[in-house]
Design a protein around this ligand. Structure first.
Ligand code: AGP
Length: 612
């Protein structure tokens, strides 16, 4: 998704904006641009491709100014090119805009504005905003923007500036996130806090419909009607270092290794081991809905959807509550049976995923109570939920989600235990026993990551495979899906996760020596069946990467030199997904590195998909 940074204050705006855009690179983009106002008036530089192309362009033709805005573009309308890169300008070249989102009625607006004499030079929807504001501008940028957004349909995070209004930025938000960074004598605007952490930790999170005007010393918030709006500032405790690579080659590898700490931090303060209780203060306001719910609907996308699938097992087994799982992008296009007895749980790392937000709103419109599991305090989802169980994974920069995923799993474990205790379907003793297992998780994850087995060696062969099939059963079927997603999204090798029991209903026709097979074989109810699946694959020439519990001698007997065994520490089956996923993350990472991929910013992907 696009990245936006704006600055007004006494610093060099170009430096602040470029630094901020670099911190937003993980959001995914294909071109970039910047505009500043200085004594020479409003000037713009744009470039296709990575930020270093923009830096080179600025080195060749420097810009300087005390206020400005910048953008990294993830193309929706109009191919990636310098001409289509933001900022876009009006006919006079004295007004510019950067935008994240989609203006759905841009063609009608463009036709009207062209009819009024406006000259367009790009294929983008965004350029319409520049000309629309220009057509309404009568000396107040805030007023022109406020009137213009009243004519826009779609979703947008916009930041604009006008050469004639020194040290002033105006921004508006419906949909994609936008935050205001607060500091003495200066203000910042950005798509998310990660861009601004070196400068401030105090932020105002704009809500849909907010219009904000910032100057170095003032911030003014109004709604669509021009009435003042009050938003509380929030202090974000992440420190800038957390958002750095910390000596790792990629953010993804750092975040894989941060998982034990992320799980520890997510569990911290919520486990009442002595009294066999779970303490989730953030859900206290929703306690009645949780206790009286007759069923749970888990809504998410991508990796978070895989976490939701694990959550289904946990909620049904621990709390005795029916649970179903829906893709955010599918939920509202069927006729979901939802009412006041339904508890909707939205799961999202970013809290800004458009499909998840839209489905969550639909579930609440149908009468469900809605809580969230999210990693970003202040994000849209956290402000729309009756309560949010925050995961404390810290900023997750790599597009491929890892520590957020395992933190979501422990958050779902806590939610399942909490539901069980609130509904009386889980005894204190049983709750205590589960908590004791969960308390061991961080240490066991550290052990698994410290001795992952020959994964880097494995990646040398894996990178040559044409396709991969990941097989799992029960609570490990979602982990098979997650392992496949990790591999495909960063190495670009086709991979799919399958319930192992489905092999004989089709996929077994695919097995040959070129296809990679990963089989998750934890000790537990389906262990023997998984061994049979491994033998079925081997009988057809398949080479297996098996993941099993350390010391498991049975699986060893059916594997041969063509196969690989990866072992993880023993733990109750319910919590073992958090261990079994680790080698799969590492396999995807090292295979992608071998394939020479852009691991942290894989092609075509964005960290937070804020468009539907
Ligand atoms: C996972 O590695 C991907 N980055 C993607 O599937 C992601 O999980 C999905 O877009 C949902 O994002 P969210 O958790 O921020 O809602």
């Amino acid at each position: 998704m696009c990245g936006i940074v704006g600055y007004v204050g006494s610093r060099d705006a170009v430096g602040v904006i470029l630094d901020g855009l670099k911190r937003l690179e993980y959001r995914g983009y294909d071109s970039a641009g910047i505009a500043v106002v200085s004594s020479g008036g409003l000037q713009r530089r744009r470039s296709e491709g990575k930020l270093q192309n923009l830096v080179r362009s600025l080195a060749a033709e420097p810009l300087s100014g005390a206020f400005g805005l910048g953008h990294t573009r993830w193309a929706t309308h109009g191919r990636p090119s310098e001409e289509n890169a933001h900022p876009h300008q009006d006919c006079t070249g004295r007004l510019v805009v950067v935008h994240n989102g989609i203006i759905e009625n841009y063609l009608a607006l463009k036709a009207r504005l062209e009819g009024a004499g406006h000259r367009f030079v790009t294929q983008t929807d965004t350029e319409v905003v520049a000309h629309l504001v220009e057509s309404l501008y009568a000396g107040s940028l805030e007023e022109a923007v406020r009137r213009a957004v009243g004519e826009l349909e779609g979703i947008y995070a916009l930041v604009l500036m006008h050469e004639s209004e020194p040290q002033t930025l105006v921004a508006a938000r419906v949909g994609p996130p936008l935050v205001v960074g607060l500091a003495e004598g200066e203000h910042f605007l950005a798509s998310d806090v990660a861009a601004l952490l070196p400068y401030t930790r105090d932020f105002v999170f704009l809500d849909d419909g907010d219009i904000v005007t910032v100057t170095p010393g003032a911030m003014r918030l109004v709604n669509a009607a021009g009435e003042p709006v009050v938003r509380q500032a929030q202090r974000i405790l992440w420190d800038p270092i957390q958002a750095e690579k910390g000596g790792y080659r990629h953010f993804m590898l750092k975040e894989i290794h941060e998982q034990p700490q992320a799980v520890r931090d997510t569990l911290f303060g919520r486990m009442g081991l002595e009294e066999g209780e779970v303490h989730i203060e953030e859900l206290a306001g929703a306690a009645a809905s949780l206790a009286e719910a007759k069923r749970v609907v888990l809504i998410a996308c991508g990796t978070s959807w895989h976490a939701a699938l694990v959550g289904k097992f946990l909620i049904e087994q621990i709390a005795g509550l029916p649970a179903e799982v829906d893709y955010g992008s599918e939920f509202r296009y069927r006729t979901p049976i939802v009412d006041a007895s339904t508890l909707a749980v939205a799961i999202s790392q970013s809290g800004e995923t458009a499909d998840t937000l839209a489905a969550f709103r639909e579930a609440k419109r149908l009468g469900a109570s809605g809580v969230a599991i999210c990693n970003v305090q202040g994000s849209m989802l956290t402000r729309e939920a009756a309560g949010t169980l925050l995961t404390h994974a810290g900023p997750e920069i790599g597009v491929a989600s890892t520590k957020a995923f395992t933190s979501q799993l422990v958050a779902l474990a806590l939610l399942a235990l909490h539901l069980g205790r609130l509904r009386g379907t889980l005894s204190r003793d049983a709750c205590r026993r589960h908590l004791e297992s969960l308390a061991r998780l961080p240490h066991l994850m550290e052990q698994a990551l410290a001795a992952p087995g020959p994964i880097e060696e494995l990646a040398k062969a894996a990178v040559k495979a044409s396709d991969f099939l990941y097989l799992g059963r029960g609570i490990h079927y979602p982990i098979a899906l997650e392992g496949a997603l990790k591999l495909k999204e960063i190495s670009y090798i086709h991979a799919e996760g399958y319930p192992a029991g489905e092999m004989k209903h089709g996929p077994i026709a695919l097995i040959d020596e070129r296809m990679g097979i990963v089989a998750l074989c934890p000790r537990g109810r389906v262990y023997e069946k998984m061994l049979s699946n491994v033998q079925e694959v081997k009988a057809r020439g398949g080479r297996v990467i098996a993941v099993a519990t350390a010391g498991d001698s049975e699986i060893r007997r059916i594997l041969d030199a063509a196969d690989t065994l990866l072992e993880v520490p023993a733990l109750d089956e319910l919590w073992s997904p958090l261990l079994f996923v680790l080698p799969l993350q590492l396999l995807a990472y090292y295979t992608a590195v071998r394939a020479g991929r852009d691991v942290d910013q894989p092609r075509n992907l964005a960290k937070s998909v804020t468009v539907e």
